[in-house]
Design a protein around this ligand. Structure first.
Ligand code: ATP
Ligand code: MG
Length: 355
């Protein structure tokens, strides 16, 4: 049984482990805070479930291993400044932006980017944390401590948000899942649906963009590209050099999940274009307590991460991949009765995408 180490032991690491079992791969997620010496062997591969990590005994040992796949890519994409610069260098469309330097003031950012400017911390932000809006030219300011630590982006008046999850093998073959339509509320992904026939005309553009990035980086494994749709075009919001929340539906909706795809690429096992079964939906469980009654909903595939429940924290997700959208809608109706009232908006949105 070959062993692959994963830097990070959150839900993504756990789901990689789960996906490795049928492939006879021993996947070992490693807690980034661990001080133990790992029995890491020279021939074993290392991958990561996160793009940034603290300097600890465990991360030092993993990051100094010669077979850490994509090691150079992590710092490049973990910093929004170098990530945006990469997109610019590759002539890929992204929200207009500026680096917030030591002497950059809010007025200059408004002049360059418009009335509404979104400051994003260069590193460490997720789920909408690490963002700050400038909305009042002449009256707002770059917050203390954000100079040299942030980029500024023009507010994009997008039609909707979507992502594409792709994969690349060590010998340079790229494959993609169909575009996923995503609903974010307060910066947190709440629900996804894929594939949708009405988005298929954007698939080529999405694939070309992500292929260009993965080829440039000589990347191996799964990468996600979050986009804004503006009319018939895509603008890249951000990249994630790892399996991604918006690809969780592939556990139900494709013959090869994103987790399996990543492992096949890293382990140099055969990888072919995934086959998609039917339209899937994914409902993220954010700050809600585990309810085993979810298991009574026809078609529900529940993933509970076993984490302490806190407000705004991702604690699980539920996938559906049913052959008929009327059946999916009925299942979502049933699920709605088992979720807090604020889920009404998310489930309404999901139902509205199914025809
Ligand atoms: P993630 O959890 O995906 O890493 P994040 O918090 O790191 O997310 P982004 O994905 O950049 O950061 O932003 C979160 C959300 O904020 C986006 O999904 C989108 O809804 C909104 N957003 C981001 N950038 C812009 C922009 N330039 N204009 C308008 N809305 C934006
Ligand atoms: Mg994002």
């Amino acid at each position: 049984m070959s062993r692959i180490w994963v830097l990070g032991a959150g839900q993504l690491g756990q789901m990689l482990k789960h996906a490795g079992m049928p492939l006879n791969l021993d996947i070992e997620p490693v807690d980034i805070e661990s001080e133990e010496i790992l029995p890491l062997q020279p021939h074993e591969q290392v991958t990561a479930e996160r793009e940034q990590w603290p300097d600890t005994a465990a991360t030092r040992q993993l990051a100094s291993h010669p077979a850490f796949v994509n090691l150079q890519t992590f710092p490049l994409l973990a910093d929004r400044y170098t990530q945006k610069s990469l997109l610019e260098d590759l002539s890929l469309a992204t929200a207009p932006w500026r680096l917030v330097e030591n002497d950059t003031d809010a007025l200059a950012l408004h002049e360059a980017l418009g009335e509404r400017v979104l400051l994003k911390r260069r590193t460490g932000g997720y789920d909408g944390r690490g963002q700050h809006w400038l909305r009042e030219p002449g009256q707002d300011a770059v917050p203390l401590g954000w100079h040299q630590e942030a980029i500024a982006e023009q507010a994009i008046d997008f039609d909707e948000e979507m992502s594409v999850v792709g994969m690349r093998t060590a010998d340079g073959h790229c494959f993609f899942y169909p575009l996923t339509l995503n609903l974010h509320v307060d910066g947190i992904l709440m629900g996804s649906v894929a594939p949708l026939a009405r988005l298929s005309h954007l698939q080529d553009e999405a694939e070309q963009m992500l292929a260009k990035i993965m080829n440039h980086l000589d990347y191996v494994g799964v990468m996600a590209m979050e986009c804004f749709r503006i009319g018939d075009h895509l603008l890249i919001n951000e990249l994630a050099p790892r399996v991604h929340n918006s690809g969780h539906w592939t556990q139900a909706g494709a013959n090869i999940s994103q987790f399996e795809a990543h492992l096949r690429a890293v382990a140099k096992l055969p990888l072919v274009a995934p086959t998609v079964k039917s339209t899937s939906v994914m409902v993220n469980l954010i700050g809600v307590d585990l309810n085993h009654d979810w298991l009574t909903v026809p078609g529900a595939e529940v993933y509970w991460y076993g984490k302490e429940v806190r407000p705004a924290r991702k604690v699980g997700h539920i996938n559906f991949c049913l052959p008929d959208s009327a059946v999916t809608k009925a299942a979502l109706d049933q699920l709605q009765r088992l979720l807090p009232v604020n889920y009404g908006e998310v489930l309404d949105w999901l139902r509205s995408q199914l025809h």
